[in-house]
Design a protein around this ligand. Structure first.
Ligand code: 1PW
Length: 214
């Protein structure tokens, strides 16, 4: 296991996502990125084979963090304010990636799609049989969601990485939340929050017709 893996707990990730939704039902960017950073650490614990997956997530987290550290940081406080600001100022490439290849909107959309996979994967893990294969849960949920946005070569590489995943119970223990039963209980508590973050973002993007941003 990679250095620092012992101190990692998936609990931090889930706690970050529980802090995402504001009273106005807006999605806060900082806890969203904190949740993703935890996920990246988790992916890195799973072995170097997962580093190509985490690398792209890291790049995308950094792009949005740069907006949060820029003069326009207030505009990027929530996903709602980001969408409003970027659209009002013509900062989003709507048809083809050209002048604004790394807009906050298109970058966030990639993380949002990946979050859907994560949500389905964790739900599959939570409800799976004791002896079920994590690799099967992972590839089935990936194929049903994120794979639809990936070219063949990435789907292939992801499939290879999934084969390296341990069995369900070992995987649940890797989360460092306690026993497999305790990890399942925590997932049951935290998943509704991730679902809520996903749902609000999905509705916002649909409302502005941003779900297919190049
Ligand atoms: C054990 C389960 C953990 C789930 C973590 C989810 C992480 C998902 C990241 C997948 C990245 C795969 C490789 C990169 C692909 C990019 O081409 C793609 N990015 C994403 C996040 O889907 C699209 O980004 P692009 O090329 O349009 O900038």
């Amino acid at each position: 296991m990679a250095a620092g893996a012992e101190t990692f707990s998936l609990r931090e990730v889930l706690v970050a996502f529980t802090a995402c939704v504001s009273e106005q039902r807006e999605v806060r960017v900082d806890p969203y990125l904190a949740g993703w950073k935890g996920l990246v650490r988790f992916l890195n614990c799973l072995g170097t084979i997962f580093s190509f997956i985490s690398k792209d997530a890291v790049t995308k987290i950094e792009i949005i963090e740069n907006y949060r550290n820029s003069d326009q940081r207030e505009k990027y406080l929530t996903v709602q304010s980001m969408v409003e600001y970027e659209l009002a100022n013509g900062l989003v490439d709507l048809q083809k990636r050209s002048e604004h290849p790394d807009s906050g909107c298109r970058t966030f959309l990639r993380l949002h799609r990946a979050l859907h996979w994560l949500q389905m994967f964790l739900e599959g893990l939570r409800t799976g049989e004791d002896n079920s294969k994590t690799s099967v849960i992972c590839s089935e949920t990936y194929n049903a969601s994120l794979a639809n946005y990936h070219p063949w070569i990435i789907r292939k590489a992801a499939g290879v990485a999934f084969c390296a995943l341990p069995t369900r119970n070992t995987f649940l223990e890797t989360m460092n939340v306690g026993t497999a039963e305790e990890a399942v209980a925590m997932l049951g508590e935290a998943l509704p929050y991730i679902c809520e973050v996903y749902k609000i973002t999905e509705e916002l993007y649909a409302q502005h017709k941003l779900l297919d941003l190049p």
